[in-house]
Ligand binder design. Structure first.
Ligand code: URA
Length: 248
């Protein structure tokens, strides 16, 4: 077997595992050899917009906090109105020096109760998606744009995002990942400073911040639970993410 065939077989078996893990039924013509998905398309370089609000006076030292101090600062945060309705802040979880940094939108009811990101139904699907590309949850770092739950899971308001921004920026700096996976429209829009439709942001490698960390956009698992046919596109996004993380 040539090295290329070997790679294709690994790709194919990962692909099958992914489809299985995500509950996608595969249709194969009886007299056909299953098609092997080739490696993901070459990343297209896309310039990112600024989208970074100027920090308020009390935020400047956040950029110098270490992990314990940052976590303590977040758990005591009262910068926006969400502190009044939250049960717990949801700081982030996983490997603090991971290659992959996963950024979602905001805690939901389960996360607000448990203090951990992506632990509800959508979180279980995210975990399965990550496993399908070879990562356990504790091998990546997972956090959100907002650290507190918006009431009734409404979209984050721009002032709430601005209040949380320095915390997220410091987390990104501390993790220093090889790749950021922006999960869902809210994460993609806020990280890239754009309101372009998520369908158009997918399929390209963007870059975040002055360090130009590769950033790939994918659908939110809550959306995938409602639209299972889109899981195939999420698989392509994860392939692109793998390629971008390895400098491809
Ligand atoms: N949805 C998100 O975007 N983040 C979570 O932590 C949970 C659900």
């Amino acid at each position: 077997m040539s090295p290329r065939q070997g790679r294709n077989n690994v790709e194919a078996s990962l692909h099958n595992e992914y489809l299985q893990a995500m509950g996608i039924r595969q249709w194969v013509l009886r007299d056909r050899v299953p098609a092997v998905k080739g490696s993901a398309q070459r990343p297209e370089e896309v310039a990112t917009g600024p989208g970074i609000p100027v920090p308020q006076a009390d935020e400047y030292d956040v950029a110098s906090l270490d992990w314990p101090a940052l976590e303590a600062r977040v758990s005591a945060c009262e910068r926006c109105a969400l502190h009044a309705t939250r049960n717990r802040t949801v700081f982030g979880s996983g490997d603090r020096s991971a290659d992959w940094l996963i950024i979602g939108e905001a805690p939901g009811a389960d996360e607000d109760r448990q203090g951990e990101p992506f632990v509800g139904r959508a979180g279980k699907l995210l975990t399965a998606m990550l496993q399908a590309v070879g990562y356990q949850r504790d091998q990546v770092y997972i956090t959100n744009i907002l650290k507190c739950r918006p009431p009734h899971n409404r979209d984050p308001l721009s002032d709430e995002v601005a209040c949380c921004r320095t915390y997220l920026e410091r987390q990104i700096e501390l993790v220093n990942p090889k790749l950021i996976l922006a999960v869902g429209r809210i994460a993609a829009h806020n990280l890239l400073g754009t309101d372009t439709a998520i369908g158009r942001l997918r399929g390209s490698v963007h870059h975040f911040g002055t360090d130009r960390i590769p950033l790939v956009v994918t659908y939110h698992p809550a959306y995938l639970l409602r639209s299972p046919l889109e899981k195939r596109k999420a698989w392509e996004d994860l392939q692109l993410a793998r390629q971008a993380a390895s400098g491809g």
